[in-house]
Design a protein around this ligand. Structure first.
Ligand code: DI6
Ligand code: FE
Length: 416
């Protein structure tokens, strides 16, 4: 396929993309019909069978895509993209027989990432996260959620969230920030988890929210994280401020975080390896998204998979995300996560694609992205160099993105 030259738009910002094949929701193996797509400014104005372009689009610039497969822009709805350093030595130690607990006792684990993040200056964190963001963008990612949670004090949580905002200014990508102050207990609060939750609810969240740095709030509700009672305090102070909430829940044990999150109208519960059928029902009733994170499952060599059959049977939408973080999912490939969601969790290709598009958008709430190719929705889409939609989940970290469009403009082009 020839490279797309600079995208031409009419003075009114109109463009007609011709001869493309949008992968339909629920795609099952088989051919995808060709159509045209009209963009007006930042939005999709029309999508239809070729040569029937609506009035006002007859004389606008046209770009022929030669029958290329097209999907919505990809959305990574759960990341810890910003963190100081890496934990490869910890990985090596584990392979030599050390347990996660031993490593943590020797000052490793999540606390070592907190130390590295506190020590790093803002520009360093920015540069390192930018590399990961650009890797995601090269796969067609046009929107991303980024959590704090490796600072655990005001200064460093602020530094992380400021870096997240800067990333969204430096690159044409939608960034949604999530305050995850309740990610782990900082060493200076050892044995005083309730006091730390006082700090989270009384100082960190109000201050950072007032500074405009927080779009949503998350909690790590787990035996090694925070209890139900502590998690509830965080959810309550977030919802009192009108902030949407979500939760790391039922990852390593069945604690009931999902039901708690549902009571606070959470957008999503994430991980969910231990979720039971009652929890699945609760999620369905509360209209929550189940965010599946196969990278963490893989990297921790978990053996218990999330209850995908139950989620499917009860009609709970499933999203798929990278969980990009230095401890349990050191990856910046959402396409690889699609592959793993299929191979490890047995999602279908269509479910994996929904998981990184419309269901990921729903997991972000009202984020200005929809993950859908439909009239009136943002013109965020990816043009792929593939013959079958199945290739989206088939290749293992071999991105086949030809170019990506966000809000009507090309924001990534392969080989450029
Ligand atoms: N669940 C996880 O798997 C990561 N955070 C979380 O809440 C672990 C983060 C880390 O080990 O650095
Ligand atoms: Fe996570």
């Amino acid at each position: 396929m020839p490279p797309v030259q600079e995208i031409r738009r009419s003075s009114s910002g109109r463009v007609l993309w011709k001869n493309l094949r949008p992968v339909p929701a629920g795609w099952r193996s088989g051919p995808v019909p060709v159509c045209d797509l009209a963009v007006d400014g930042e939005r999709i104005a029309w999508l239809g069978s070729a040569s029937q372009a609506p009035a006002g689009f007859q004389d606008v610039p046209q770009h022929d895509l030669g029958g290329a497969l097209v999907t919505p822009g990809l959305i990574d709805c759960h990341t810890h993209l910003i963190h100081g350093g890496q934990r490869a030595d910890e990985f090596a130690l584990r392979l030599e027989g050390a347990s996660y607990e031993e490593i943590a006792r020797q000052g490793g684990g999540i606390v070592s990432s907190v130390r590295a993040t506190r020590a790093a200056d803002e520009d360093t964190l920015f540069r390192q996260a930018l590399t990961r963001l650009d890797a995601l963008r090269a796969e067609g990612v046009t929107a991303i959620e980024i959590k704090s949670g490796y600072g655990l004090d005001l200064e460093t949580e602020r530094k992380m969230l400021r870096v997240a905002r800067r990333l969204g200014q430096a690159r044409p990508v939608t960034v949604r920030t999530t305050f995850l102050g309740a990610h782990a207990l900082p060493p200076e609060y050892a044995g005083r988890a309730d006091d730390y939750i006082d700090l989270v609810c009384g100082t960190l969240l109000p201050t950072l929210h007032d500074e405009g740095l927080v779009d949503a709030v998350d909690v790590f509700c787990e035996g090694i994280g925070f209890s139900l009672a502590q998690s509830e305090r965080v959810l309550r102070s977030a919802t009192q401020r009108g902030l949407p909430v979500k939760m790391h829940a039922e990852q390593l044990s069945l604690l009931g975080g999902t039901a708690l999150a549902a009571r606070y109208g959470a957008l999503s519960a994430d991980h969910l390896e231990w979720l039971d059928e009652a929890g699945v029902r609760t999620m369905r009733q509360a209209g929550m998204v189940a965010v599946l994170l196969p990278g963490a499952y893989y990297f921790l060599r978990e053996t218990r998979v999330p209850p995908v059959d139950l989620l499917r049977r009860h009609g709970v939408p499933m999203a798929v995300a990278t969980d990009c973080n230095p401890g349990t999912s050191p990856t910046a490939s959402l396409l690889l996560m699609m592959n793993m969601a299929c191979t490890l969790f047995r999602l279908t290709v269509a479910e994996a694609l929904d998981g990184v598009t419309r269901h990921a958008a729903d997991a972000l709430g009202d984020a200005g992205v929809s993950g859908r190719l439909a009239v009136g929705h943002p013109a965020d889409f990816v043009v792929w160099e593939i013959d079958s939609p199945a290739e989206l989940a088939y290749w293992m970290a071999l991105p086949r993105c030809r170019f990506a469009v966000r809000q009507g403009r090309i924001v990534f082009q392969s080989g450029r």
